[in-house]
Structure formats: C-alpha cells, structure tokens
Design a protein around this ligand. Structure first.
Ligand code: DPP
Ligand code: ZN
Length: 859
C-alpha cells in the first residue's frame, strides 16, 4: 500500500464552499444525491481534474452544471472529472447498503437505526468528495425515510424544516452554518428518545441539549447530560470558549469503533460513554463518561472551529483536547488523583508504544492507514507535550497563548506549527528547541545524581532519547522538571523549583540544602520522561510518607516497588534480599493502609502495584512469566503481612453507605483493593469476603469489584456469582461486556479455557466492537492468558485478527501491537509471537490497517 508523507502536502486543487446532500433512507438501501459547488483553489496547482475520493462506492450518475456527463473516470476508488472553468456544480448519486457495512465507517445500521462515522476517511464511503480535512464546506442536508423506522431524523447544525411525505414517510432538512471538513459530517435516523435540558451561554445564547438513546435507556442518561452542562460551563470559565449553535445533540450508539465522535452539533457516542446508573455503571465508568463527554464537547473549538490541515496534524486537535479533558476532570474531582491516573495510562499504553516497532512522533511523518494513528502517542503524549508548555508558561500566560491560537486560526485548517507559534507569541515563550517534541519519537531517559558539599547541592542530569524506527539519532530536548530537596529531620523542603534540562548533560546547584537532602524530582510528572536514579529504599519510604506533592508520593511508592521487582526478576535476589525488599515495601504499604490523614481516593492510588507492562518496560528483554510470578508473590506477601490491617480497612469502608460523594467513592475504591490483597494472601478468606461483598453490593462498583476478585479464585463462590451476574443483567449489553472482560482478564489457572468457551457463548458477537474488546482486549492484556508459555494466547489473538479483519479492519488492527512487543520478550515466547505475526502476514487480502501494523511489527 502507498505511503503518505507529511512533506508531500499540497493544498487542494479545488475547494467546495457548499454541499447539499439528499438522503433517501433505508436500512438495506439508501441513496445519496450530493451537490457540490466546486471552485478552483487560487492556492492550488491549477489542475483541471477534480479528484473526488471514494471507498467501496460507485457513481450511479454524474452531472456537471445540470448536464449528465459520461466522461468521468475512476482512478482506483476515486472519481475523476475534468472541469474547464473556475466554478461548477457537480452532482453525484450513490447507492449504499448500510446494513451490510460491518466496518462501521461511513453510513451503517446499528440496532435498527442508521448512523454515520466519518473520521478519518469515512465520508468517502457515503459519497464522492475531496475527503481531506483542509476542504471546508457549508452543509445542507435533506433526509427522508419511513416514519415508523426512523421517527427521529438528525444531522449537524439546526433543523430548518420538516414535514410528512407519502406512504408513511417523513423528511427533515438540516443546515450547519459553520464550514467544516467532511470528517465532521453526521447523520442519525432511528427510534430515539431524548433527555433534554437547556444551557445559557456566557453571551446569553440559549442552547437546547439532548442526549438521545434507545427507548428504555433514558433512565441512564442524566450523568451524561450533567457532564455536558459542566463541560460547557468549564470551557467558558477556563478557556473562554462559548458554544456557537442553538442545539447540541448527543446520540448513543451500541456498535461503534471509537469512544465517541465530535461531529459538529451532533456528537455520536459509544453507549458505554453515555449510559450510567449506580446499578449498572462503576465509579470509573462515571468518570470515563464525564471525561469523554467533555473531550468531545471541547473539540467544538479545538478540532471543529479550528481543524487540522492534514492528518499528520492529528495531535493538534487530539493532544490539546485530551489536555483540556484532563484539566476538566481534575477540576470536577480530585486533581492529584486525576494526575496519577493520567500518568498511569501514559505508562501502560504510551511508553510501550514509544519503545516498540510502532513508535512515532506525536506528529507522524508518514502513514499507510491513518486509522492506525489514533494512538496513545498522538493523544496522551500529545497532551503531555502541551502540558509542558503550560508548566513552563504558567497558567495565565498559557491562557494568553491559547486565546491567541483560537483568535488567530478560527475557521482555519491549521498545523501543529501554528499552535506552537501561537503559544510562543501569546505566552512569550521561546519554543525553538521545544519543537523537537513534535518530531522526535521515544521516551527520553533522564539519569539523575545528587551530590552535596557545604550546604550546596549539585544535581547532575543526563538525557538520552532512544532510537526509534526511522530515527536512529536524536537531539537533546528541553525537559522541564519540577524539583525539591527535602530535609530529613523536618520532613519539609525549602521551596520547589522548575529547572529545564535542555542539553545532553547539565548540572543545577541549590543552596541551603542541608547536609543530606532527599531529592524529589519530576514532581507532578512535569515531563513525560523516565527518571533513572538508584536510591536507597529508605529515601523512597521517606518520600512516600512525607512528600507534599501527591504525585511524587505516589511515584516514590511506585519506584520502591519497581526497584524491588525489577531487581528480583532481573539479576535475581537471594531469599534474604527478597525479604528485605518486601519488608521495606511492607512498611510503606502498612503506613498507607492505616494513615488516618489520607483520603481514600488517594489511598487507592498509593496501594496500586505498578502494572506488569510497566515493569517489563524497565527491562530490555523480560520474562513475562517471571514478572507475573514475582509481582503476585509480593501481592500475596503483602496480603499476609498486613492481613489484620487490610481486613480492618475492608470492614471500615464496607460500612460506608452509597453516594456519589468523593468520600464514598474513595471507600468503594479501597474496598475492592483491600479485597484483592486479602484474597492474594488468603484465598479462602478472599472467597468468603468477596462473596459477601458481592451479595451486599448496592452498586456496580462493589459488585464488579467483588466479581473481579472471585473470577480469579478457584472456588464455588466464583461460579455462583458469575451465574447470578449474567442472569441479573440479561439484556444489558454494557454489563454483559463486563461479564466477559472480568473472566477474560482473570488470573484463574484455567483462564484460557474460559476464554475459549466465552468465544462460543451465545452472547458473543464478532460484529460488535465493544463485545470483541470485552473478551479479546481483556485477554490480550491479561499476562497469564496472553503470555501462556505454549503460545496459546498468542494464537488466540492471531486467530482473532485474521477472523476480524474482513469484518472490521480498524478494530482488528488494534490487536496487533500486543504481538508486536516480541523483541522485548524472552526468546522462547518471542519466537512464538513472531510466528503468529508471520501467520497473519501470510494471509491474502489483509486490510491496509492490519497490513501496516503487522509489517511494521515484523520489520
Ligand atoms: N472521536 C475521536 C476523539 O474524539 C476522534 N476524533 O478523539
Ligand atoms: Zn478527540
């Protein structure tokens, strides 16, 4: 497949200032008549040929300026028309089969309704169009269909007219006054019911808000609606952004590749980021809904009003919008806890990407299939890069930068460079060298050492950016680090400083540091780097107890455990050393379990052991079996060592009644964590308490938590609870997803058999991405199942990719990365993983999506 390169960008030869679309809707047959007003782009290359992209569609009829023409031609999937003048009207008719569209890109049927997904290149599956984000058009949409099947007809913008047709049909016309790229087009038709509210903007505009769902689901929409209102208000207050239409619609769809989509005025959501009530959604689900509703809403400015010039600029809208949703969620809940969660996600999802065969800069230089670049790097590292600018500028100056960006580029298709320049000008920063963060892939490693003489501390830092595919050599980048030096005796520090390491090596001096200070570095995770510094356990125990930066406290705890586990699986520890390491961790853990000053939400973070994938990252080549065994061994040891304290904690939080308040949410968070450790140390006690927690549960958080623990145990309570859960939530797809993923993610010794049985369960559906992910993503992330020493887990994921690819290539391609880690895995498993990739590569007719990921992973 052809490689698309960023450096080859050319402005479009033709612009399309206006488009009128006319849909005759049917689940099995829909016709589309598209009228484009095209005009030669003065900035284009003057080509006579109008290229309209298509994908698995063919033109039924083509007219130019009202005349049917026959001299159009196809170039692969694209329609080419020769045009002689400066401006023309082009009319193209296409015929679609929405019910046969299993890729879920373009117009498709889901659960009896019709909906669209166009980002990145789905619009070309609906009609022929210059399907690129720098072609902005004003859209008018007319749709007609059977009233019984499609009582509700929605598109972008405002509804301008509607009426009854013949034979039980009706129609609606929609107009979106804001020019937009084709990827933001949306249409929804079906039987839907809305939870409605209004919002008055800071400028006094009254906006109608609707959350549309299938009848029966309306009781689970209030949290989404509340989150939308909170987002609108927050964006006014924090970024000065006001909503710009009279209507904002959200529609929940059960078959959806992504989380949600920010189509102008008509966001389409995966049901899992809309539907919630305490009985069926966990606290984490509530938080995710708030975050995604915010994210898509914030795109109205960072993405829609200012869009991307080309797809290489994806992080322009995604990195910035992730930062915006992170700040929003932090403001709605606990800022430190949110920060810790975000860093955990970065380390689990992005760090491995950055050190593997699919590594790419946040602004990639080339791609074969753009869907493969909706990555943790573009999104989450992209957010970290902008967060660093904010850290260096300070909040106020950063706001001046974003104000300038929104003002300068409103209505444009912009680039990452435009954003950086606006922050530079508006915030008064010199970001010359900082731009390297956009072009260089790889997680920088910073090694640190501290020396003290006569009260002056010297911090020596060295950075290196690892080689990544296509980028063997790297230049040093500016790395902003928040640091503080703690005095051992008082447990305090004399003030935090922000230093910027912008050379390969540098040193920084601090006066008045006392004789033996303890360094707290990269506080708040001010830079997305890994810090390498060998330090005594005692220093980490000290920081875990005393650091006033909550992230740094968490980090100290993590480092303590990482240091121990990496030593244990790496060079190996003798029994005495292992015991000493565990004792140090046990001491810090015990303090956290019992600290009365600590709020439970934060306690919950501090009690989490580092993920196995993050531990594997610390080693060049690792044995996943050894990592798992050592980490589980520590878990069980802690469960036994702190059994009394953990049972007391579990008893205390079990008495807290249900509410959505922070204290009660914190209680639920540590409830299941305490249970996890109790079960690790004493499986019989874990089964007893787990089943009691399951039966007493008044909400999904407690019920799911208990079931998760039971699912890993070999006990009769496991089967009882699993059967009860399935029967209790029959018909609720999102909860049945949980039932699948809890079992596929379990540490049960026969988990592979369970997964196989689940794949033939009557509730399993290959056509539904949520269900596929609930079974197979949980399996791919489960160290026991995936890294089975005989390679059964790899085979299972390989088979899935090959079977899913013809149905839904975008979702299939997401599974390749797990196998692509083979180079970092011990030789026996590595060979099995590689063989699986080769088996996929040997399959004829692979999609471009899977082909690109597999080729790069073998590369
Ligand atoms: N819908 C995806 C997101 O919001 C892609 N834009 O990130
Ligand atoms: Zn987004």
């Amino acid at each position: 497949p052809p490689v698309i390169r960023r450096e080859d960008y050319l402005p479009p030869a033709w612009l399309v200032p206006e488009i009128a679309l006319d849909f005759a809707l049917g689940l099995d047959a829909t016709t589309v008549v598209s009228r484009l007003s095209v005009r030669r782009n003065p900035a284009g290359n003057g080509a006579q040929t109008l290229r309209l992209n298509g994908d698995q569609i063919s033109p039924v009829a083509v007219h130019v300026d009202g005349e049917a023409i026959n001299d159009w031609r196809m170039d692969g999937p694209d329609l080419l028309i020769e045009l002689s003048g400066e401006a023309h009207e082009v009319r193209v008719e296409t015929a679609l089969v929405p019910s046969g569209n299993s890729q879920l890109m373009g117009l498709y049927a889901s659960n009896g309704m019709l909906c669209t997904q166009c980002e990145a290149e789905g619009f070309r599956r609906i009609t022929f169009f210059p399907d690129r984000p720098d072609v902005l058009s004003t859209y008018s949409v007319r749709m007609a269909g059977a009233k019984a099947t499609f009582p509700i007809l929605l598109a972008n913008g405002n509804c301008t007219a509607q009426g009854e047709g013949e034979n039980g049909t009706h129609w609606a016309e929609w107009h979106d006054p804001w020019p937009k790229p084709s990827y933001l087009f949306a249409l929804v038709a079906g039987e839907l019911i809305a939870n409605h509210a209004t919002f008055t903007t800071m400028g006094g505009r009254t906006v109608d808000l609707n959350v549309w769902v299938r009848p029966g689901d309306e009781g689970r929409t209030q949290h989404a609606l509340d989150s939308l209102i909170a987002s609108m208000k927050w964006d006014e207050e924090t970024f000065g952004r006001e909503y710009d239409l009279d209507l904002f619609n959200i529609v929940a769809v059960s078959d959806f590749n992504m989380g949600a989509m920010e189509n102008k005025g008509l966001n389409v959501f995966n049901t899992r980021y809309v539907l919630a009530d305490p009985e069926t959604a966990t606290d984490a689900d509530y938080d995710a809904i708030e975050g995604v509703i915010g994210h898509e809403y914030f795109h109205n400015w960072s993405g829609n009003r200012i869009t991307c010039r080309d797809w290489f600029q994806l992080s322009l809208k995604e990195g910035f919008t992730v930062l915006r949703d992170q700040l929003f969620s932090a403001a709605m809940g606990s800022e430190p806890v949110k920060r810790i969660e975000d860093v955990r996600v970065l380390r689990i999802a992005q760090f491995p990407e950055d050190s593997g065969p699919l590594a790419h800069p946040i602004r990639p230089d080339s791609y074969q299939e753009i869907s493969n670049f909706y990555t943790a790097t573009v999104y989450n590292k992209g957010a970290e890069v902008i967060r660093m600018m904010r850290t260096m500028a300070g909040e106020e100056r950063f706001r001046q930068g974003t104000d300038l960006y929104f003002e300068r580029h409103d209505g444009e298709a912009a680039t990452c460079e435009d954003f950086v320049k606006a922050i530079e000008d508006g915030a008064g920063l010199d970001l010359t060298q900082f731009r390297l963060w956009y072009s260089q892939a790889g997680t920088p490693q910073v090694s640190a050492s501290l020396k003290v003489e006569n009260g002056t501390a010297v911090l020596s830092l060295r950075q290196s950016v690892p080689a990544t595919p296509g980028q063997p050599e790297k230049q040093p980048m500016p790395i902003p680090l928040r640091v503080a030096l703690f005095d051992r005796a008082s447990g305090t520090h004399g003030g935090e400083s922000l230093i910027v390491l912008d050379k390969a090596e540098d040193s920084f001096t601090f006066d008045g540091a006392g004789h033996d200070p303890i360094l707290s570095i990269n506080r708040g995770f001010s830079a997305p780097v890994s810090i390498e510094m060998a330090r005594p356990d005692a220093d980490l125990v000290f920081l875990a107890a005393h650091d006033d930066d909550p992230f740094a406290r968490y980090e100290a705890m993590q480092s303590l455990v990482v240091q121990h586990l990496v030593a244990a699986v790496g060079s190996g520890l003798n029994e005495a050393q292992r015991e000493a390491g565990r004792e140090a961790i046990g001491e810090a853990f015990g303090a956290i379990v019992t600290d009365p000053e600590l709020d439970d939400l934060m306690r919950g973070e501090l009690l989490l052991l580092p993920a196995e994938s993050y531990l594997a990252e610390q080693l060049l080549v690792s044995d996943p079996g050894a990592i798992h065994a050592e980490r589980e061994g520590l878990k069980a040891w802690l469960g036994r060592k702190l059994g009394g304290e953990l049972r007391a904690l579990h008893d205390r939080v079990s008495a807290v009644p249900y509410s959505r308040e922070a204290a009660a949410r914190g209680a639920r968070k540590v409830k299941t964590q305490a249970l996890v450790y109790i079960a690790a140390g004493d499986p019989a006690e874990g089964a007893r308490r787990g089943y009691a927690q399951y039966q007493a549960a008044s909400c999904m958080t407690d019920r799911q938590g208990a079931l998760m623990v039971l699912a890993s145990l070999d006990c009769p309570e496991r089967e009882l609870a699993l059967a009860d859960f399935l029967a209790r939530y029959e018909g609720n797809a999102l909860v049945i997803d949980k039932w699948f993923s809890l079992q596929a993610g379990s540490l049960h010794p026969r988990v592979l058999d369970h997964i196989k049985a689940l794949a033939s369960h009557p509730e399993f559906r290959m056509s539904n991405p949520n269900r596929v992910r609930s079974l197979y993503m949980a399996a791919a992330m489960n160290p026991v199942a995936f890294h089975d020493p005989d390679g059964e887990g790899y085979r299972m994921i390989g088979d899935l990719i090959r079977r899913l690819d013809p149905i839904n290539p975008q979702t299939a391609a997401r599974f390749v990365a797990s196998l692509g880690r083979w180079r970092r895995v011990e030789p026996q498993r590595a060979a099995l993983m590689r063989a699986e990739l080769e088996r996929i590569a040997a399959q004829a007719d692979l999609s471009r999506d899977v082909r690109e990921q597999v080729t790069k992973s073998l590369g």
